[in-house]
Design a protein around this ligand. Structure first.
Ligand code: PLP
Length: 404
């Protein structure tokens, strides 16, 4: 008799988004005329720029006459895109196009990359965190059961106010380390020295870092590393994953890339070779028109339009943070990431409820990202500027330096 992968039984149900939706729909039912503003958004709110749309449309038209573009493409991605990424994003860092793998979203690679490592590997994950790091390791059988807000066997790295939300090196040995910078949900980015501590640790302890740079395009602070490969030695111990999703509006189109440097070896085996093998076995590649769209993000016109969009999001973030400052709220992030991590005067869910009922604003309760997210909410700059302004007007009418 076939048996289920029993690890699925360990997964906790994620009540976060269903619970938020339920609370919002209850409010709508109670007061149908209320205009609810969503500041919880983790998705793009601006359409795809014209040069990228044009590149995709042109590529689709090619399919009518050129069967080679419609056939199975290389699982690891077309060389034209891998070359462009190496040249534009990693020129000074010595990353070879052959070490770059195109994928259909960072989420998939983040979830799949753990397959390369032994099931007994000890995994270290920040708390609060993007949940995919945790759940993919639960499904793979690297954890015990969920107890008191934590999975047994995961080494949680608390990211707290007192440490500027930077994870500290754990006092127990770990093998696989997930880092996300700029961070979802805390909105903070790791400075050079903090990232260097992790690279040094990984080299000394023969560990591997999975570095999630999905929000790299939002880094504004000088000297904040955009890539982990800016740290000496990182090519020997780190895999970096980036995405066109938030940078260029590809959340629905699906295109990302993973860098597995040929220098990275585990037990004398090339991790890059294992990832090639894994891609060839399990992945069919990203459609040609989507990769052509991603290529267009590196053209002069593509770069200009992306810069414009990012600077609009940054402007929205500045509006949000200066409004929050003026009502005296304590918050973090919002400089190098599209998210702000707001300290709640009560529990995450109580503050969520308060904002929803009093100001008709949707936020994301920090507790949904891990136990150290309790006492915070996440707000997002992906909301349209006029929504942010209306939300701030409502908040200043209610709070004005009173809450915290
Ligand atoms: N990494 C982080 C930290 C994210 O917040 C997200 C999406 O919200 C992703 C990765 C997924 O990106 P993609 O759309 O490329 O799958």
């Amino acid at each position: 008799m076939v048996k289920l992968n029993s690890n699925f039984g360990k997964l906790t149900s994620s009540y976060l988004f269903p619970q938020i939706e339920k609370k919002v729909s209850d409010l709508k039912a109670r007061s149908p005329s209320s205009e609810i503003i969503n500041l919880g958004i983790g998705d793009i709110t601006k359409p795809l720029p014209e040069p990228i749309v044009k590149a995709i449309v042109d590529a689709i038209l090619e399919l009518e006459n050129d069967v080679s573009k419609a056939r199975y493409g290389p699982s690891i991605g077309f060389s034209f895109l891998r070359k462009a990424i190496a040249k534009n994003d990693y020129l000074d860092l010595g990353i070879d196009e052959n070490d770059i793998f195109i994928s259909n979203g960072a989420k998939c690679d983040i979830a799949n990359i753990q397959e390369l490592f032994d099931t007994d590997s000890i995994v270290a994950i920040c708390d609060p965190t993007y949940p995919v790091y945790v759940d993919s390791n639960v499904i793979a059988g690297r954890t015990g059961f969920y107890q008191d807000g934590k999975y047994q066997k995961i080494v949680y790295l608390p990211c707290e106010e007192k440490n500027n939300f930077f994870p500290k090196i754990p006092d127990v040995p770990v093998d696989l380390i997930y880092l996300c910078s700029p961070n979802n949900p805390t909105g903070t980015a790791l400075p050079y020295d903090e990232l260097k501590k992790w690279v040094d640790y990984a080299i000394q302890n023969k560990a591997v870092i999975i570095f999630d740079g999905a929000y790299e395009a939002f880094i504004n602070t000088k000297n904040t590393p955009h890539s982990i490969y800016e740290i000496e030695g990182a090519k020997k111990c780190a895999i970096e994953i980036r995405s066109f999703s938030k940078k260029a509006g590809f959340t629905g189109l699906r295109c990302s890339y993973t860098v597995v440097p040929h220098e990275l070896k585990v037990q004398n085996t090339s991790i890059r070779e294992c990832w090639v093998r894994r891609c060839e076995t399990k992945f069919g590649g990203v459609p040609y028109p989507i990769q052509m769209g991603a290529l267009a993000t590196y053209s002069d016109k593509g770069k200009q339009s992306i810069d414009t969009i990012i600077s609009e999001y940054v402007d929205q973030m500045k509006t949000l943070t200066s409004g929050l400052k003026s009502i005296g709220w304590k918050f973090y992030g919002g400089v190098d990431a599209p998210y702000v991590w707001v300290k709640a005067p009560s529990s995450s869910w109580e503050f969520f409820d308060e904002l929803l009922t009093k100001a008709k604003i949707i936020s994301i309760p920090g507790a949904g990202f891990g136990s150290y997210g309790e006492g915070y909410i996440r707000l997002s700059a992906f909301a349209p500027k006029e929504h942010i302004e209306t939300a701030l007007n409502r908040l200043s009418g209610i709070y004005t330096c009173a809450t915290q």
